[in-house]
Write a protein that binds this ligand. Structure first.
Ligand SMILES: [Zn+2]
Length: 177
């Protein structure tokens, strides 16, 4: 006995219906393939969060201040002045985050260029050098937040404030403004 699918407009036996479904599935794959975006640009960090305007920003002069590569190249002009004073006193550090920021920060100041993260050169990292950097940063008119979370970089008479985070991740830095 021949089983048939009935419809007001057409009728197919199961074999024909199976062929039709296979054809439709194939057609959908072909259409999807043809409509697929050709040059898909991967999202960078910068696309994942809002960056505010930096109204007081200037380009950081790479002759007087060192910024890690791809960590922004602008900062608020007043902040640049203080950092330039610090660079005149102390050469042990570089900027690890300028403007525009490369990651999302809790502090809004990173979104408008009025603060920066600085860090000791990796081969110079020890508690005495860090204390000296804090001393010189404070003397340059900077406010310092210690984000070197590993307590081995802190001691009682350090010029650095006590770290405000307590973790041993890499990427410790001073947040300055
Ligand atoms: Zn910061």
């Amino acid at each position: 006995m021949k089983t048939q699918l009935h419809n007001r407009h057409f009728h197919l036996n199961y074999k024909q219906a199976g062929t039709l479904i296979a054809f439709l599935v194939l057609a959908i794959f072909v259409i999807r393939f043809l409509n697929a975006p050709k040059n898909k640009v991967p999202l960078t960090n910068k696309d994942k969060f809002e960056i505010g305007l930096c109204r007081g920003c200037s380009l950081v002069d790479s002759k007087s201040l060192i910024i890690d590569s791809d960590r922004g190249e602008y900062l608020d002009a007043n902040l640049i002045k203080k950092l330039t004073i610090l660079a005149g006193e102390n050469k042990d550090w570089r900027i690890t985050e300028a403007y525009p920021p490369t990651v999302q920060h809790l502090s809004f100041c990173h979104q408008n260029g009025t603060c920066a993260d600085i860090a000791l050169q990796r081969n110079l990292l020890n508690k005495e050098r860090l204390s000296d950097l804090c001393r010189d940063a404070l003397a340059s008119g900077l406010t310092v937040v210690n984000e070197y979370g590993d307590l081995k970089y802190y001691f009682n008479n350090s010029f650095c404030p006590k770290p405000n985070i307590f973790e041993t991740t890499t990427g410790g830095h001073l947040h300055v403004y």
